[in-house]
Design a protein around this ligand. Structure first.
Ligand SMILES: Cc1ncc(COP(=O)(O)O)c(C=O)c1O
Length: 445
């Protein structure tokens, strides 16, 4: 199956193609200076002169692509289906938008720039990226080791759907490497560990998992079993700006692009990034499952990437103000904000080694319980009562009864989700306005 073969669009030179190896469109340096990702988001991989001079990449809202000749069509298919090897100068061409599309190709190249990945694939949702990735690497009888808490949809997939295909899942509570090691031992006694799936920071507790320690465990398993489990990190929470899992030994990075990367709460998409060998395998499965994103969503995400650093920096700064306000408030018991980890907390060293900022989403617990948490949420005048995170507007929700409603109460308690917990995703509004809203809502409880 070679449908996922990377097409190296940069070397296509036909007049109808968008990408080019002409100077200026894929340059990452000026003189001896490396250009930063935020600079490259404005034009990397796109040649305006191949699209009527349009400064922005057009939306290629097309299902299929015209071949110049039957011979060209035959050659494109031969490469796509792996019927023959590619000759040195040959460039695979565009065939059909389920296989790929210029909006997705350019977006995928830009996504790679933030964290130095070799290749990225964009999918129709975060769940599509996660399920397509897992289906690529899992076989009946395999096991998965995973952190807890996980996003509810991922947890459902692992606990309710994958077992139907003979896959067993072994969870550990995020926070200590000993718990991860114990889960790994248990999983290996039941079958080959094919994947370690980790969400760090955990949603909504912000507990951290040591990515390097996970990679070490995968390496040890490889020495004994001859096959390395894939270490896949869901990096949705901190996004490519504030955590780079590949630099800490991860094999794959997963995203719900719906969150920080999309950033405007107006699209659903996901991505998986990693080295070409792994991503090529996932690309083949994406083509057959049809879990790719559509061209319009690809275009929206390119627009979003232009302001990713601006938005995430502003949200991160706002979040610190809000966290400090909440921390000082007498009606708030605890604030689970990564910027507050003190010297005595063993997670502090890990935070400093692994994360580049506390980000903009965290949870806090008020004194008392669910009824008071609901009164606070119902009293909000500016922040929206909604799930999701990473958008320009501040969102708040109640994990125990909303995002994590599927998790049984005793399990919630074990992984640190309480009835008094509220999650906040801080937006780009003026922080004092958000504080004014929280102040009056806290008075209502
Ligand atoms: C950490 C995390 N991973 C994955 C997902 C799933 O993403 P999507 O809703 O884009 O399918 C979510 C959604 O909330 C999430 O929070």
């Amino acid at each position: 199956m070679l449908l996922g073969e990377p097409r190296e669009p940069r070397r296509r030179k036909s007049p109808g193609c968008l990408m080019s190896d002409q100077p200026g469109y894929r340059h990452r340096r000026i003189g001896d200076k490396d250009l930063r990702p935020e600079t490259l988001m404005m034009g990397y991989g796109y040649n305006p002169h191949l699209s009527e001079g349009a400064v922005k990449c057009p939306i290629f809202q097309t299902s299929t692509f015209v071949f110049r000749s039957a011979e060209e069509g035959k050659a494109f298919f031969e490469l796509a289906y792996g019927i023959r090897e590619r000759s040195p100068q040959e460039v695979p061409g565009l065939i059909y938008s389920r296989i790929n599309n210029p909006d997705l190709e350019i977006l995928e190249e830009r996504l790679c720039l933030w964290e130095g990945a070799e290749r990225a694939l964009v999918c129709s949702s975060g769940m599509a990226a996660i399920s397509t990735t897992l289906l690529t690497f899992l076989r009946p009888g395999d096991t998965i080791v995973h952190s807890e808490p996980l996003y509810g949809g991922t947890e459902y997939l692992l606990l309710n759907i994958l077992p139907m295909f003979g896959v067993k899942c072994f969870g550990f509570t995020a926070g200590t490497s000993e718990a991860m090691e114990a889960a790994m031992r248990e999983a290996r006694s039941h079958g080959r560990v094919a994947v370690m799936l980790i969400e760090t920071p955990a949603n909504p507790t912000n507990a951290l998992v040591d990515i390097r320690a996970a990679a070490d465990l995968a390496e040890a398993a490889e020495k004994e079993d001859g096959k390395r489990p894939i270490v896949a990190i869901d990096n949705t929470y901190l996004g490519p700006l504030w955590q780079r899992p590949l630099e800490h030994g991860a094999d794959l990075v997963l995203y719900s692009l719906t969150k920080n990367v999309g950033g405007h709460s107006d699209l659903i998409a996901g991505a998986v990034l990693g080295d070409s060998a792994n991503i090529n395998l996932i690309a083949g499965i994406r083509t057959i499952l049809g879990t790719m994103a559509d061209p319009w969503t690809g275009w929206m995400l390119m627009r979003s990437l232009e302001t990713l650093k601006l938005r995430m920096t502003s949200q991160m700064k706002n979040a610190r103000y809000i966290a400090e306000f909440l921390n000082d408030h007498p009606r708030v018991r605890t604030v689970h904000y990564l910027g507050f980890l003190d010297e005595s907390n063993p997670q502090r060293e890990l935070y400093k080694r692994q994360c580049l900022s506390p980000g903009s989403t965290f949870s806090f617990e008020i004194n008392r319980g669910e009824a008071e948490a609901f009164r606070l949420l119902n009293a909000l005048k500016l922040a929206k009562l909604a799930v999701s995170l990473g958008g320009t507007e501040t969102l708040m929700e109640h994990p125990a009864t909303m995002t994590h409603a599927d998790v049984k109460p005793e399990h919630q308690q074990r992984i640190g989700i309480t009835p008094a917990m509220i999650r906040i995703s801080v937006g780009v509004e003026h922080p004092e306005d958000i504080i004014a809203d929280l102040q009056q809502a806290l008075e209502a409880i």
